[in-house]
Design a protein around this ligand. Structure first.
Ligand code: PLP
Length: 408
C-alpha cells in the first residue's frame, strides 16, 4: 500500500482546524491521539441506533450491542494475537489495567514483603499502582537502571532478581524518551526464573506490531485513546493460566455466576467477565475495535515505516539546532523527541510554540523519577503519529528558532 498522507490526514477532522489563527500542528500524540471520522461516526451510530446495556437483556438492542461488544473483544484478540478472546479484559485504560492487575495479584500471589521489578523509565501508572497496595504500605519496588542514552541496563536484571521477586513490570516504549525496550529478551530472562512479566504497551501498540504470543508476556496492557480510539477504554491482556487463577478485585453486576449470589457468599463468572464488574464502557470498546480495524486497514507495518522516516528526519533537523539538547538517544526509538532549549524553561517553550499553533507536551510526562535521573525538572516533548508530516517538523524547527530569538 502506498502511504497517502493527504488522504490519511483527511480522515482526522481535527487536523484541519486552526489554533491561534495558525494551522494546528498536533505533536502531543503520546498524551492522546486524534480520532478518525470512522471512530467518531461509530460512537454516534451506537448512541443513535443501538444503545442498550450489554449482557442483560433479551431484546433486540441489547443483543445487538452485546454481540458488537464481544466481536470487539475478538478484534482486540486478533490485533495483539492473543490465543483466546477471553484473555482480553476491557478496562478504562492502561492505568485501570495496571491497577486492576496489581489489586488482584496483591490479594494472594504477591505478599507484603515480596518484590516487583520495574525500570527507571516507568510512567507513574507503573510505579504508584504498586505503592497503593497493602493499605498504602506498598510492594517493594526494585528498579532496573538506564544508561545516559536512556537504554535499560538489561545486564543488571539478574542481579535484581531474588526469591522474593514476584513480577517484572516494564514499559515497552518510554513515553518520555521514546526508548524501545528489549521486552522479548527481558521476558526470556524472567521466565528462566519462573517470574511472570507485565508489559505496559501504552506507547507501543500504536507504533509497532504487537504479538503477545510471540513476546510470551504474561500480561499486556494498553489504552484505547492512544491508538485513535475514544478515552475511557483500554485492555488488560493476561494468559489464561494467570487470569483463571487470579481473584477479581471489583464486585458487582455481570461478574457473578448467575444464581449464586447470597448474603453469605457469591461465586464468580468465568473469564473474561470475572474482571468486568458493572456496566463497562461498551460504546468505547466497540469504537476501539473500529479504531483498530482502521489501523489494520492502513497496516501497522506501513505506519511503523513512515514513522521511522519521520523520526529520522525530526532527529536530524532538531539535532542541528544549536542550544537544543535532546534527551534520550537510544538506538531503538519510537516517534518521540524530548528536548530543552538550553536554559529556557520547558513551559515557556511550550507556550510560545502554542502561539504558533504547535501542540507539544511540557513537564515531567508522569515520569518524575526519570526526571530526577536526568537531573532536570521537565522537557518539551514532540510525540508524532502517522498523520504528522515532514513539513510540520520544519514548522516545529522554525518555532524553536523563534523561541531562541526571544530568549537569547
Ligand atoms: N504508561 C505509559 C507508558 C504511558 O505513556 C501512559 C500515558 O501516557 C500510561 C501508562 C497511562 O495511560 P492512561 O492515562 O491512558 O491510563
Amino acid at each position: 500500500m502506498t502511504f497517502d498522507i493527504k488522504k490519511i490526514r483527511a480522515d482526522f477532522p481535527i487536523l484541519s482546524r486552526e489554533v491561534n489563527k495558525k494551522p494546528l500542528i498536533y505533536l502531543d500524540n503520546g498524551a492522546t491521539t486524534q480520532k478518525p471520522q470512522v471512530v467518531i461516526d461509530k460512537i454516534v451510530d451506537i448512541y443513535t441506533n443501538y444503545n442498550s446495556n450489554i449482557h442483560r437483556g433479551v431484546h433486540y438492542l441489547s443483543s445487538y450491542t452485546s454481540e458488537a461488544y464481544e466481536n470487539s473483544r475478538k478484534t482486540v484478540q486478533s490485533f495483539i494475537n492473543a490465543k483466546y478472546s477471553h484473555e482480553v479484559i476491557f478496562t478504562s485504560g492502561t492505568t485501570g489495567s495496571i491497577n486492576t492487575l496489581a489489586d488482584s495479584l496483591c490479594q494472594d500471589y504477591i505478599k507484603p514483603d515480596d518484590e516487583v521489578i520495574i525500570s527507571e523509565l516507568e510512567h507513574h501508572a507503573n510505579i504508584v499502582s504498586w505503592q497503593v497496595q497493602f493499605g498504602g504500605k506498598g510492594v517493594k519496588l526494585k528498579v532496573l537502571p538506564i544508561n545516559d542514552a536512556g537504554e535499560l541496563l538489561i545486564e543488571k536484571l539478574p542481579e535484581l532478581i531474588s526469591e522474593k521477586t514476584k513480577l517484572i513490570s516494564i514499559t515497552q516504549v518510554s513515553n518520555t524518551l521514546g526508548t524501545v525496550n528489549p521486552v522479548k529478551e527481558i521476558i526470556k530472562i524472567a521466565h528462566q526464573y519462573n517470574i511472570p512479566v507485565l508489559i505496559d504497551g501504552a506507547q507501543a501498540v500504536q507504533h509497532t506490531k504487537v504479538d503477545v504470543q510471540d513476546l510470551d508476556c504474561d500480561f499486556y496492557v494498553f489504552s484505547g485513546h492512544k491508538i485513535y480510539a475514544p478515552t475511557g477504554i483500554g485492555v488488560l491482556y493476561g494468559k489464561e493460566k494467570w487470569l483463571d487463577k487470579l481473584p477479581p478485585c471489583q464486585g458487582g453486576g455481570d461478574m457473578i455466576l448467575s444464581g449464586s449470589v447470597s448474603f453469605e457468599k457469591t461465586l464468580y463468572q468465568r473469564l473474561p467477565f470475572k474482571f468486568e464488574a458493572g456496566t463497562t464502557n461498551y460504546v468505547g470498546a466497540i469504537a476501539m475495535a473500529t479504531a483498530l480495524e482502521y489501523v489494520q486497514g492502513i497496516g501497522i507495518e506501513n505506519i511503523e515505516n513512515y514513522e521511522k522516516q519521520l523520526l529520522e528526519y525530526a532527529n536530524k533537523k532538531l539535532s542541528s539546532i544549536s542550544e537544543l539538547i535532546i534527551y534520550g538517544n537510544a538506538k531503538n526509538k519510537a516517534c518521540v523527541i524530548s528536548f530543552l532549549i538550553d536554559t529556557v524553561h520547558h513551559y515557556d517553550t511550550g507556550m510560545i510554540l502554542d502561539k504558533l499553533g504547535i501542540a507539544v507536551r511540557t513537564g515531567t510526562h508522569c515520569t518524575e523519577p526519570l526526571m530526577k535521573r536526568l537531573r532536570i525538572d521537565g522537557t518539551v516533548r514532540a510525540s508524532m503519529a502517522f498523520y504528522n508530516t515532514f513539513e510540520e517538523i520544519d514548522v516545529l524547527c522554525s518555532g524553536i528558532e523563534r523561541v531562541k530569538t526571544m530568549f537569547f
